[in-house]
Every structure is written in C-alpha cells, then in structure tokens.
Ligand binder design. Structure first.
Ligand SMILES: [Zn+2]
Length: 424
C-alpha cells in the first residue's frame, strides 16, 4: 500500500460530537426504555439541557415516543420516553468462515426474523459469500414482512481487517482475501444502506449495550470462532485503534517458532485456540479419535463438547490443553488492559461452554498478575442470540443516525438562516 493509507488526524467537529451524543442518548433509551430525561443525563454525563435537545430531535425523527409520566418524590412528574420499536428496521449480517447468519431487528433491537446460510468448506470466494449474504437478507425482509423503505440500514460483519470508510475487506487471513471491495459487491445485490465492520467490534458493542460489559468502563470481549481476536472497550467506549485494527490478539505470538498461521507468522494464539487449532490439538493427542471430523469444524467442536459432558478423557484433555493456551493469552490481556470483565464470545465459546470457562479461569489465574486478576471477572457471553448480528445492527443504527442527523441539522438551520438574512 502506498501513501494513501496514511491517515491525517481528523478533527472532531461540533456536528460529530452532536451525532455521537445523539447516538449515546438513543442507545441508553434502547437499553432502558422507558426512561426520563433526568435518568438519561445521569447515565450519559450530559447536561439536562443537552439531553432535552437531543430527545427532542429523536422525537422529531420518530425513533422514540413520549409514553407518560412518572412521579418524582414531591417534584414535578417526569416525562418518560421509550424507543419507538416500529420506527424502523435494522439488519445485522454475520459473515463467518462456515456460515452467514442474518437477523432483522426492530428499532428496540428485538429480533423479528433470522436466516442462516451454511457455507461448505472451501466456499469462500467473495462472489459466493456475497450471494449467501444477499439471499439471507432477502429472506429476513420477506419473513418479517417489512417494507423496504423501513429498513434503515444493514450492518455487515466480516472477519479480518476492514476499512469502514471505503467498505474494503483489506485482509481476511482465513480466506486469503486481500483488498476485496466487499461493500461494492454487496451493493449490487442489496438496496439498503450498508455499513461494514468486523466481528471483534460487533461482539464488543453487543456486550457493551446488552451483555456482560453493560455499565462497565473497561472490558475485553474474546471472540472464539474459526478466527480469534479481542474486542476492546476502554473507558466505556469501543476502542478501534488508529486504523481500525485494535484487538488482533489472535495473531499475538504465544509459542515461539510454533504452528504456522495463515497470517505468515508462527505460533499465533489463533493457531492453538481457533476451531482449526483445536482440531489440531485433538489430532496431535489422538490422531484416530472418533471425535475428529476432518474438514468439519462445527461437527468436531460439537463432538468435543458432548465428549466433555460424557467424561471422555480425550475430550477433557483437549479442552484443558486449549484452555492452557487461551489462559496464557488472556492473562496477557488482563495484565495489559486491567479490565473489569473478560467475556468469552462466539460459537466455539458457546459450544464448549462452562467446562471451557472453568479451565480458562484456572489457567488465567496461573499466569496473570494477582492485582489485575483480582479485579477481573471472566464470563461467558450472556447474549442468547448471535452477538455479531446484534452488534452489526448497531453499526447500521449508528450510520443511519448520522445521515438522518445531518438532514435534521440541515432542516433546522435553513429557517434560522432565512430569519437572520440581512434585508436586500
Ligand atoms: Zn497469525
């Protein structure tokens, strides 16, 4: 890449800050409906006057509604607002290595429809992936019976590094994708506004809004799937890094001169605790194990999960060995970030569940410093649906709010200008 990838620092304008505040207020309303302006001010740290203005704008946009009053001890009754669930629909697309899952949400982020397309091993050309995504998006819109005009946007999560501004998948190691113009390809099949990001960030936002990181200032969301990474919440906000690459912890070296990784490095965390890495842990321990389903990650992880429950010694040992690598890697994150909570997310964590969690807790405790360890909780994601779809939908909401916000600002400024125009 040439000099075009060098980014000059972008100064945050007052409109950016206003958009961010509007988004923050809406997020609180979605999480806590019904709520009052006073509660919103307390939760966001914004002044009551600012909150009142932003609530007014969101009412104008019909994203929220007035829903009555609550008594405040002795004072004036407080007006309550709630999200207007039917004020629009959002779609979250979780493109993973082995499936494409799509969910359609109302504005309260309740799931109205879902669709899944399984992808066969090796089915990973951009056109194939796009066709699956487009089919699933078409399916959820039809199932939910929503008019196209009500779909505010589609958030798309794709593994690897993405450029949000250009919609390019810069690098997806497991598919060997380099600079794939994914958003352009999707636009040929999907008529709604599209917003691209990756599962690390989607999972982190899902936990921050609705899961184990809610109300926490510092959190790490460890994504355990085919690929591995960490979504970072620092000081109550999603941390992206300067080029949207923060959290690529799956490619930290955990074993010097260890297993070769798709990224070209040796001994990456992912090569020991991602689904293909776990399969290799199993193969090295017991090459002829019936738990092993060559070429089928999902079936193998399912078999291991059942094996642990049945006390199969090979399955127990594979999960323990995997947890040892994972524990050492998570201990790095605990020492480095000092998080309140570490959340284990994505399909491998969900499938292996509590037995993996117990082993991971013990392993992290062996490696991390006592002080940050004592301040950290390690939990499984409590989100019952697909956190990646949920997080991706919030990116669509953020994008939609930015564009409607700009239109709303424009509408408000025009009459103001004409009023103050000098007489000609
Ligand atoms: Zn790597």
């Amino acid at each position: 890449m040439g000099t075009t990838s060098v980014k000059t620092p972008v100064k945050r304008t007052s409109r950016d800050i206003r958009t961010a505040n509007r988004y923050e207020v809406l997020r609180q309303i979605i999480a806590e409906s019904p709520t009052s302006r006073q509660e919103l001010a307390a939760a966001t740290g914004l002044s009551l006057a600012t909150v009142a203005t932003l609530v007014g704008e969101l009412l104008d946009l019909r994203m929220i509604t007035e829903v009555g009053f609550e008594d405040s001890a002795g004072g004036r009754p407080r007006g309550l607002v709630a999200v207007n669930a039917s004020g629009g629909a959002l779609i979250g697309v979780d493109i993973a290595e082995t499936y494409v899952r799509v969910e359609l949400f109302d504005l309260g982020l309740n799931v109205l429809a879902r669709a899944i397309e399984e992808m066969r091993p090796g089915e990973n050309q951009p056109e194939q992936v796009v066709a699956h995504a487009a089919a699933a998006v078409g399916s959820v819109v039809m199932q939910a019976g929503v008019e196209g005009a009500r779909v505010l946007g589609v958030g798309v999560s794709v593994p690897g590094q993405v450029d949000r501004a250009t919609g390019v998948s810069e690098y997806a190691p497991n598919w060997d994708w380099h600079d794939v113009p994914l958003l352009d390809l999707l636009t040929e099949h999907i008529a709604y506004p599209l917003y691209l990001d990756n599962p690390l960030r989607a999972c982190a936002v899902a936990e921050l809004w609705f899961g184990a990181a809610r109300g926490r200032t510092d959190a790490v969301v460890v994504n355990l799937g085919t690929g591995v990474g960490a979504g970072l919440v620092l000081d109550g906000r999603l941390h992206r890094g300067v080029s949207n690459s923060a959290g690529e912890w799956g490619h930290n070296t955990i074993v010097l001169d260890g297993r070769l990784c798709h990224c070209g490095n040796h001994g990456c965390v992912e090569t020991y605790v991602g689904a293909p890495g776990i399969m290799l842990n199993l193969r090295e321990l017991s090459p002829d194990s019936t738990l092993l389903h060559p070429e089928d990650q999902t079936a193998t992880i399912d078999a291991l999960s059942r094996g642990v429950v049945a006390n199969n010694p090979v399955a127990v040992k594979v999960v323990r060995d995997t947890a040892r690598y994972l524990g050492a890697g998570i201990a790095d994150l605990v020492n480095l970030i000092n998080p309140e909570v570490v959340v284990l997310s994505s399909w491998v964590a969900k499938t292996l569940g509590e037995p993996l969690l117990d082993e991971v807790r013990a392993a992290v405790a062996r490696h991390a410093l006592k002080r940050p360890m004592a301040a950290t909780e390690i939990v499984l994601s409590p989100i019952p649906t697909d956190p990646v779809c949920l997080g991706a939908a919030t990116f669509a909401l953020e994008g939609a709010l930015q564009s409607v916000g700009q239109r709303a600002t424009a509408k408000r400024t025009i009459p103001a200008r004409s009023r103050t125009a000098p007489p000609s």
